[in-house]
Design a protein around this ligand. Sequence first.
Ligand SMILES: Nc1ncnc2c1ncn2[C@@H]1O[C@H](COP(=O)(O)OP(=O)(O)OP(=O)(O)O)[C@@H](O)[C@H]1O
Length: 467
Amino acid sequence: MEKDADGFYTPKAVDAPAKPEGKEVEEPKPEVAEATPSKNTDLISSTFEVTVTLADQQADPNSPLFSVKSFEQLGLHQDLLKGLYALGFSKPSKIQERALPLLLANPPQNMIGQSQSGTGKTAAFVLTMLSRVDFSINKTQAVCLAPSRELARQIMSVVVAMGKFTPVQTEYAIKDNLPKDVSRMTAHIVVGTPGTMIDLLRRNVIDSSGIKVFVLDEADNMLDQDGLGEQTLRVKNLLSKAKPQIILFSATFPDHVRNFANKFAPQANKIELQKEELSVEGIRQFYMDCRDEEHKYDILVSLYQLLTIGQSIIFCQHRHTADRISQRMTAEGHKVASLHGAKNATERDTIIDSFREGREKVLITTNVIARGIDILQVNMVVNYDLPLMNERGNQHSNDARPDVETYIHRIGRTGRFGRKGISINFVHDKRTWSHMEEIENTLGKKIIRIETDDLDEMEEKMKKALK
Ligand SMILES: Nc1ncnc2c1ncn2[C@@H]1O[C@H](COP(=O)(O)OP(=O)(O)OP(=O)(O)O)[C@@H](O)[C@H]1O
């Protein structure tokens, strides 16, 4: 793909002969000198000596990571191919293979894309934004919204990495992250959260007239009428004159949001998952039957060694629970961090960066990082409290029911891109037991019991699950 006279990256024809099932087809060589795909030897290992060869996963036609095409065949510009290869991406995943030709085709068409957690949706929309930007114009041309500052920062890191060989300029629209006294942003791509994005568009700091792409990551969450939906709609209205291509991606699209998504992104190309395809194969789900709340804490502490083999995320329903547990564990000499929405922006950035770098191995948190966060070393997720939500979007009300979508996203923080992972649910009474049963029935996937008083058995089961 070459830049055309106007400086755009125009996709070339993307039709390529399909690979016959079960047969190996030689990958075409990349067209660029320095853009050599690294051998897919992205191995992770832990004390359990787990090794995952992504190439094996990508060769299995039933895997969401399988693709018959190469990145070159998807019609990406050489500069972007270089960025992909520098990141160690050698072959697209299924969602990338299916979505990219539709996303890059002209005239641009809206997209509602669904694919399991950790299967590479970010690259699909980031490459689209980078492909559609005309770098010779210093004006904002793509905006992307995410539900948390942590996710917005992560998406930006992908934009910067994939755009490393392009002259892309980027800017954040997240709280406490704006350059002082900025009156006009000229960055090509702006990534942020809805509140700050509304502010910047309203004050004309972002000139909306040149915006060609509008992406919602975690779109079902961004469109939920009981949550961020109203703000997201305001952003859309502020962009409406520019008529951008609207791109919605998520691992989940519950029925009540899907109807709204169809209106939000009219005439969209759609890639959908069946209900039984929602959960990721590599994540083994367990539960532990605790006696009461206090026993949950004791069990968590007894798990500490296992939690620190790789990295772990512990999800609680309330901020005060996350704080209390982390304070108690810290006082007892364990090294844990806690992150939730009541902390200030600087603290939040420091905590997540430190966890990302592996300086802390256990992160105790709330739903704030249930979605999108991609830290490959996380091989265990604990639902200290199962996620709940009532019909009005209230997590804390007495009539709250199991929130299956949030459960899928939470456990999806492990088992990323073909890796193995473990999730453990703590249940401690009839109510929490029935909540877990409801999740199990909805997902059609067995959740296996681990005894709380047999650490050896626990370790054995976990080792097996991670193999
Ligand atoms: N084609 C590829 N080859 C190798 N690694 C890839 C490829 N595509 C994505 N990845 C890696 O896979 C991981 C998961 O990707 P990503 O975060 O985009 O998943 P996602 O589908 O957005 O998940 P979630 O639903 O949790 O947001 C990332 O570490 C990313 O770098």
